[in-house]
Design a protein around this ligand. Sequence first.
Ligand code: PLP
Length: 492
Amino acid sequence: MAGTASSGGGFRAGAGDEAGNDVDGLAHEGAARATSGATATTDGGDTGDGGTGSGTPGSVVPDDGPIDPRLLPDTAVIGPDGSLSIGGVDLLELADTFGTPLFVYDEEHLRARCRQAVAAWGDGVAYATKAFLCRAMARLAYEEGMCLDVSTGGELHVALAAAVPAERLVLHGNNKSEAELARALEVGVGRIVVDSFDELDRLERLTAAGGGAGGTRRQPVLIRVTPGVEAHTHEFVRTGQEDSKFGFGLASGAAAEAVRRVQAMPGVVLTGIHAHIGSQVFRVESFAQAVEVLAPFFVPLGLGELVVGGGLGVAYVAGERAPSLAEWAQTVRAACRRSGIPGDTRVLAEPGRAITAAAAVTLYRVGTVKELPGLRTYVAVDGGMSDNPRPVLYGSGYEAFLPRAVAAPRPRAVRVVGKHCESGDVVVADARVPADLAVGDVLATPVTGAYGYAMASNYNKVPRPAVVFVAGGRARVVVRRETLEDLLHLDA
Ligand code: PLP
């Protein structure tokens, strides 16, 4: 279906790191939306996420077609009047009932992706909660058979508050505090992925003091290694360099030293090796190549688990195509076979974005339309960088559409901006919208389910939006909208 090529250059693709989103200092290629003049760019920063990852470089998509339905959640349906419903609920009704901005998650879509992940990888595959977490999301992922990857004490707390059993949790983090480790040991998390020698010192102290659940349990751990490879959106680069804040370097011998240390610690048991090569990765062959790099280290250890991290890319704009969870797993498995990794090894992954990104749309209300003849048109909505910082942080590309007219052509080129006191507060840099877009319209951006609400802020004291899950014709609020009173809550 038609996409949304940008008419006037300036579409920003590629760019930096999914900050706070541990992406291992790897660069990414973005780009390839079929825009006039927009070419693939390589971000100068860490892996993260160009947002506009792959696509078909050079493909031409019409400028003014409607939104590509493949960017919408699974249960999205266009009604006879041209308006969109998700989970059997009309989006305009949702905006009226719950206000805007509003994150709307298709619960069936979320559940389907979790089930697909389990079917692809088997028991032990974890949902990376950094992509989007609240109690309902934690519960949903657990109910659908996933483990949960938590990378801070805060994420651990939310998962436990959702009554996810501790043994289904995997604790990550490059700087886990003593308190975080102590809690993880006390509750008995399923795995701790150790990241540094200082962490090993802390673990040693805590487990020597009988820190494990019940005092006798040996805590299962994995060692996170830095394989010295970069997974770009389109390619895999073996750099041999280990310039990363994460994990133990392979080439330097740090990883081997970490193995020796862990094996000598009575309070822990080494179950496997972990590596995460990047984020928003479109070429699953990159993961296969990482496996080939890891195998000579992994196989002689005789361990039972190999975790290839997260990072599977998703399509944000028309023209992009992301591999499925099944394709990802099959490619990694084939690489394991080729590399001599024993067939009974539990080969696992921890997707975040691929589970939640496409499940959600954000609804905004248009507040102003500013036409600058010969320059551009600014359409300002009632949210912005506080509910989706990815365009500002990484230059990530999104699309926009009007839920009242989903199948309508979008001939008008506009820039959708937020309400924050920053010129850079861009929601969609090069959006195409129907000609009759007007103040008061509800405008939606699709594929906002990952690293949107998760990275939301109160900048300019804008209360954070509500989050609703929709399914079977019903909407339930899973995170309520912040109130003005909430903004005063932490003031001492
Ligand atoms: N696992 C680790 C160790 C990560 O650092 C990340 C993200 O940065 C993920 C999993 C999830 O990545 P994604 O949401 O891109 O799948």
